[in-house]
Design a protein around this ligand. Structure first.
Ligand code: HEC
Length: 145
């Protein structure tokens, strides 16, 4: 009986061990990827509303825009430390080129700050500009873009 129990547990233990092996994201990388993922999710939700894929809700749009402003403002602090692990797509130029990286973040933040959410049309315009600033930074500072 104890034998059967440990045999059943074995895959679980190994699954855990595999997860903790080198190649797992460092805490710093996990945090910045989480921030980026949240920025993406917020942008997608706003875009769906702007295109009419989901019902337009002015209050919700304003809340999402506020989150986007806070998150884009937080980009530089999430990249403060030069950490690159095998899971990361960050280019080393972020840190050799820090001022320009901060400027790229500031461009996204400025567009998020100016984003108007009273009508879907306003949102469409603002989001199109915002997406250009995402792509601009990714092309320069993210591997594979
Ligand atoms: C100032 C630069 C910069 C700006 C601006 C920026 N990003 Fe990023 N983003 C990065 C870098 C660098 C990475 C790679 C991070 C890593 O892998 O360590 C990244 C990663 C991502 C990821 C991948 C997360 C994952 O699962 O690996 C998503 C999604 C993303 N960004 C979305 C966005 C969106 C949407 C915007 C615009 C609203 C945006 N980013 C603006 C630099 C930026």
């Amino acid at each position: 009986m104890p034998l059967r129990l440990s045999a059943a547990l074995l895959p679980l233990i190994f699954a855990g061990a595999a997860f903790a092996l080198p190649g797992m994201q460092s805490a710093d990388v996990t945090k910045r990827v989480k921030l980026m993922t949240q920025i993406r999710d917020t942008t997608v939700q706003l875009s769906k509303m702007a295109r009419g894929d989901t019902a337009f809700d002015g209050d919700q749009a304003a809340r999402l825009a506020q989150l986007l402003r806070a998150d884009t403002a937080a980009i530089p602090i999430h990249f403060e430390f030069q950490v690159i692990d095998p899971q990361s797509r960050a280019r080393p130029e972020i840190w050799t080129d820090w001022v320009a990286f901060e400027q790229a973040a500031a461009r996204s933040q400025a567009v998020a700050d100016a984003l108007q959410t009273e009508t879907p049309q306003q949102m469409r315009r603002g989001l199109a500009t915002l997406e250009r600033t995402c792509r601009q930074c990714h092309r320069q500072y993210r591997v594979g873009d």
